[in-house]
Write a protein that binds this ligand. Structure first.
Ligand code: SAM
Length: 123
């Protein structure tokens, strides 16, 4: 799994506790999300958003162990966060995390074209 950055700080500043609704607007492979779920379950809910379909497959695998209904995953751009939450019937969240950029999993895959030092496909 991609090693999430600043985990202690992210968890500390979100001030997590059981029952909260938290939005991870850049879900990636779900590293931060897994840590968040551990703090907000059994009553909480995590909304995970990422626009990259490939990384979401990894997130689904990594979050598979958490109970059904404790998280919802949306393939979308986080600029649509208001609509995503509204469509999910959520009017208010207790916290939102933006871990901006790309993850090492995306960078290391030359095919994706994100890498600075690996040759990507030529068009
Ligand atoms: C640094 S990674 C997040 C890693 C994640 N926190 C974890 O623990 O695995 C940033 C993620 O943001 C996603 N992303 C970047 N811009 C986005 C946007 N505008 N809307 C939704 N997702 C976006 C990327 O696809 C990438 O998966």
């Amino acid at each position: 799994m991609h090693e999430p950055v600043l985990t202690k700080e992210a968890i500390h500043y979100l001030k997590l506790h059981n029952g909260q609704v938290i939005c991870d607007a850049t879900l990636g492979s779900g590293g931060h999300a897994a840590l968040i779920l551990k703090e907000i379950l059994p009553r909480g809910l995590l909304i995970g958003i990422d626009q990259d379909e490939d990384i979401l497959k990894q997130a689904k695998l990594n979050l598979n162990g958490f109970k059904e209904g404790s998280y919802r995953i949306y393939k979308n751009n986080f600029r649509n966060v208001d609509d995503i939450l509204a469509s999910s019937g959520i009017q208010k969240v207790n916290g939102i995390l933006f871990d901006l950029g790309v993850s090492s999993l995306q960078l290391q895959n030359a095919e994706r074209g994100f890498s600075f030092n690996l040759e990507g496909p030529s068009t």
